[in-house]
Design a protein around this ligand. Sequence first.
Ligand SMILES: *[C@@H]1O[C@H](CO)[C@@H](O)[C@H](O)[C@H]1NC(C)=O
Ligand SMILES: *[C@@H]1O[C@H](CO)[C@@H](O)[C@H](O)[C@H]1NC(C)=O
Ligand SMILES: *[C@@H]1O[C@H](CO)[C@@H](O)[C@H](O)[C@H]1NC(C)=O
Ligand SMILES: *[C@@H]1O[C@H](CO)[C@@H](O)[C@H](O)[C@H]1NC(C)=O
Length: 450
Amino acid sequence: HPVLAGKRHMSEKNSLVILVVTPGCDQFPSLESVENYTLTVNDEQCFLLSETVWGALRGLETFSQLVWRSPEGTFYINKTEIEDFPRFPHRGLLLDTSRHYLPLASILDTLDVMAYNKFNVFHWHLVDDSSFPYESFTFPNLTKKGSYNPATHIYTAQDVKEVIEYARLRGIRVLAEFDTPGHTLSWGPGVPGLLTPCYSGSHPSGTFGPVNPALNNTYEFMSTFFLEISSVFPDFYLHLGGDEVDFTCWKSNPDIQAFMKKKGFGEDFKKLESFYIQTLLDIVSAYGKGYVVWQEVFDNKVKVQPDTVIQVWREEMPVRYMKEMELVTSAGFRALLSAPWYLNHITYGPDWKNIYMVEPLAFEGSPEQKALVIGGEACMWGEYVDSTNLVPRLWPRAGAVAERLWSNKMVTNLDFAYKRLAHFRCELLRRGVQAQPLSVGYCDVEFEQT
Ligand SMILES: *[C@@H]1O[C@H](CO)[C@@H](O)[C@H](O)[C@H]1NC(C)=O
Ligand SMILES: *[C@@H]1O[C@H](CO)[C@@H](O)[C@H](O)[C@H]1NC(C)=O
Ligand SMILES: *[C@@H]1O[C@H](CO)[C@@H](O)[C@H](O)[C@H]1NC(C)=O
Ligand SMILES: *[C@@H]1O[C@H](CO)[C@@H](O)[C@H](O)[C@H]1NC(C)=O
């Protein structure tokens, strides 16, 4: 096997040796998983060393991206010595499967490309106002009456298992979100009485608002529902939503008004929201789960447990997002950043540059505060996205977020990033991913044909 100057000829004679110190192929990745690895390629060996299987997976991905092919068709890898580890432990991508249903294959394909980008959390925003595709075995009517089509547009228990296992094998956690008390219109038909009837004057108007926080039945339902969810999704964390609760319907309803009075909440509907969310968080923590919530839960001063993770998503309102990061961490909460990474927002031109140049720790605060930032998430909300345009809208732009969350803070050169991202986009095409172009240019013809 010829070893050329500075590079190594890949053939069956020289293989990659992988050493994983602690076995763990049967485990699930977690927020605490170590993903460090070292990769050595020299005349003697190709050697990948990691403490964990998760680090080995990351190192294998790096290895595969280092292999290149000469015009004659020979595969090479250049000599190198890499010591690599992530900057943040939570590097997520959110998919919304409620506004549009995404076929199982779209989700699995996305998990593949996430692994190419070293993302390690799939935030699955399963349900929302528009549809309820998650098939619950305790409450089958949720999907029967709340999905777009209960025969085709649902995720069965088997589908969910497959997503979790497919993700696990790629070192990706599945963070399931069941957002309440707002964003729940699709829950209504399957669970009569769950949502608040809105009133117009002294009569119900026939429309519904957020989950009804005044009824014991609501909490009984949530206890049973989240018992199921806690066992179906193995990750320690669940995402409980809590964003954008509209108080208008609650305000209109006389039963809610009476409940407010009884509880001594006055006219402060944030207190009612807090009451609901606190009760829900108590239910979920009794099942041994941790939780992530959207920033409104913090903004509205809901009393939450100190280990709650707050996801910052609003660009302004009440303050710029970096100020929000400062406030969240100064209150001692762990934070996830998403506000600048809404990939469903598109503009003409190389918008990946703004995505890339965000520095998640660029807020006023002590080192202790900065240490509370566990990472961030790119979000792909589904109002204008389904399986026809998901892939090009995600890739390679999401890669800019992935690098920001993995690489050292000092890695910020845009020209260098452009070269690598453009090359990587061609590599994605070669792997069969219909990633969109970053700018004018071309990939090798053979790639474009595949
Ligand atoms: C991973 O690498 C970082 C940077 O060298 C180091 O701080 C950390 O201790 C390493 N973790 C483990 C478990 O080796
Ligand atoms: C490998 O090294 C050669 C020089 O020997 C260089 O031209 C090439 O860009 C390198 N390729 C990669 C993938 O690092
Ligand atoms: C589900 O809906 C059907 C049809 O409306 C109804 O007969 C049944 O009682 C509901 N099941 C539950 C558990 O609510
Ligand atoms: C709801 O439960 C609480 C506590 O168990 C009880 O005090 C209250 O009377 C119940 N309310 C209704 C309307 O059943």
